[in-house]
Design a protein around this ligand. Structure first.
Ligand code: ADP
Ligand code: MG
Length: 516
């Protein structure tokens, strides 16, 4: 970590799976590549499509006051900055509340009211909805709704003789205009004119209508801009608020900075605080993994969760935001299983929506190095290999899991041993592609240790058999993979014929959804 506690880790590319090496999110692009107009156009198109998609996916997203925070490129932040922004948000809200009070005081019962709308800090579109925490009011009955004025029949007049009233009558027309103000955008302040017997002349009404429309367009533009900018930030205002609450509750002492920005997540370091309950001990140093709430990167990962029977039923019913939360939930459950089996891995502290807090593997804000970055002596390398082989077996047999992204990028070297991290994509071996994922893990591990000079390191096929207990005899990769796929197919057929497979694993306190 750099002195201000901010370090953008290099993107995880290289020998990892293909989908990992594409488009490393958050990595500053230092080389400027000249591109054709067609490229620019398609990039624009892609941006528009992404925006459309995000708007469709998060129609409910309401951003709070904007401020610079951690973005993919601009990770220049510190806990002070975040806290300052939180305070600014609070201040803005208080300022608006004060403005509202002033407005009320000045307007009093007057029929003509003035509005301080333009002076508000938090635009009506951008006020914090606190999402799930809002109890929506019953909108079926609106006590403020004005009674409809009597309409003029088609013949164009009502009454008889000298009491005849035409649709051009000044009073009727004025009242109608007042009632029509209801159709203005909801955030357009019309005072209490609707509720009273106010008669608006056509001229005034038309001027108001014009103003309402241009105000609506202005707000929409502003909204769009903020939507876009927040979508591109690594930590959006809602996440900021979640983190703020964690610090505010005392659970975390301070959030010191960003440890890593990845395609799907941003990891922060924090000092642990005090738990509200006595039975839970917060580690002195914590890692906060924030799963990115923009969808594009997660699409590639659908196959991990869609076919995971533990989550299958829920997957189809969830909106994209909830699916991202499921990744965080998955990581939490998988880590819990590993913890129970005694595999060195982060200990889960708390899960809040898409934010997972766990123990920090490292010391004094410095994360333990990844195996790919550390130079080990041959003895340590051999020790690490034995341990990894052991952990892979434990993971498979005791946790009923396949890591599915195991490589030197997701293994940390800390206190003289290897720690496994990044298990949100881990699946059970009976996942329709579980054994293929295992084989890929074996290939990564085997290549790493063989290259690292561990003479006794098994090759990927031997390692696969050693971990899974299968005895696939094919002596070349193509045939070996064909046999793996045949095994997966056999398992799928079994599931088809005998109904849903029951989880064999139930001793880690996972919620019952796993064992339905
Ligand atoms: P990603 O899916 O983005 O790869 P990871 O879980 O691998 O997410 O985390 C990214 C990086 O953050 C890791 O390579 C590691 O450096 C750091 N990291 C993640 N979790 C921890 C932790 N519990 N303790 C220390 N560092 C961590
Ligand atoms: Mg990782």
């Amino acid at each position: 970590m750099d002195p201000v506690g901010v370090a953008a880790a290099p993107p995880e590319a290289g020998p990892g799976p293909a989908w990992r090496s594409k488009c490393p999110w958050g990595a500053p692009n230092t080389t400027s590549i000249s591109c054709s107009l067609a490229d620019v156009m398609s990039e624009q198109l892609a941006k528009e499509l992404q925006l459309e998609e995000e708007n469709a996916a998060f129609p409910e997203v309401v951003a709070v006051a904007e401020g610079p925070f951690i973005t993919g490129e601009n990770v220049d932040t510190s806990s002070d900055l975040m806290l300052a922004q939180m305070l600014q948000m609070e201040f803005d809200r208080e300022y608006d509340a004060q403005l509202r009070r002033e407005e009320k005081k000045i307007n009093g019962d007057s029929k003509v009211s003035i509005s301080f709308e333009n002076y508000r800090k938090v635009h009506p579109y951008d006020s914090d909805s606190s999402e799930d925490e809002v109890d929506w009011q019953d909108t079926r009955h609106d006590p403020y709704r004005a009674d409809k004025p009597t309409t003029t029949p088609r013949k164009g007049f009502i009454g008889k003789g000298k009491d005849i009233t035409t649709k051009h009558d000044e009073v009727v027309c004025g009242r109608k205009n007042t009632a029509r103000m209801e159709n203005f955008a909801p955030e357009f302040q019309v005072g209490d004119g609707i509720g009273m017997d106010l008669k608006l002349s056509n001229q005034v009404f038309n001027a108001l209508k014009q103003h309402a429309y241009s105000e609506e367009r202005r707000s929409a533009r502003l909204h769009e801009k903020k939507e876009h900018s927040t979508a591109e930030k690594a930590v959006d205002p809602k996440t900021r608020l979640l983190l703020y609450k964690m610090v505010n509750s005392g659970m975390l002492e301070t959030i010191t900075g960003c440890v890593s920005t990845g395609k799907e997540s941003v990891v922060f370091h924090a000092y642990g605080g005090k738990s509200a309950t006595e039975d839970k001990v917060i580690p002195p140093e914590c890692a906060i993994k924030v799963f990115k709430t923009t969808l594009n990167e997660f699409k590639n990962r659908d196959k991990y969760i869609k076919d995971d029977y533990r989550f299958k039923d829920r997957f189809s019913k969830l909106n994209p935001r909830k699916i991202i939360r499921m990744w965080a939930e998955k990581e939490m459950h998988n880590l819990t299983r590993m913890q129970h089996a005694g595999i060195p891995c982060p200990q889960v502290v708390i899960l809040k929506k898409h934010v997972l807090v766990m123990s920090f593997i490292g010391h004094d804000q410095v994360p333990a190095p990844k195996l790919k970055d550390v130079t080990l002596s041959i003895e340590d390398m051999k020790k690490a290999y034995d341990q990894v082989l052991n952990m892979m077996q434990q993971l498979y047999k005791e946790c009923n899991l396949v890591h599915a992204d195991l490589s030197e990028y997701n293994m940390l070297w800390h206190d003289g041993k290897v720690w496994l991290i990044d298990v949100s994509q881990s699946v059970e071996p009976t996942h329709p592609h579980g054994l293929e994922f295992l084989f890929r893990d074996c290939r990564n591990v085997s290549q790493f240790f063989q290259k690292g000079g561990v003479a006794e390191a098994l090759n990927e096929r031997e390692l696969f058999n050693a971990v899974s207990g299968f005895n696939i005899t094919a002596d070349n990769e193509v045939d070996f993979q064909a046999e793996i796929e045949a095994l997966e197919k056999m398992n799928e057929d079994h599931v088809q014929n005998h109904g849903k497979k029951l989880s064999m694993f139930s001793s880690d306190g996972d919620p019952p959804i796993y064992d339905e």
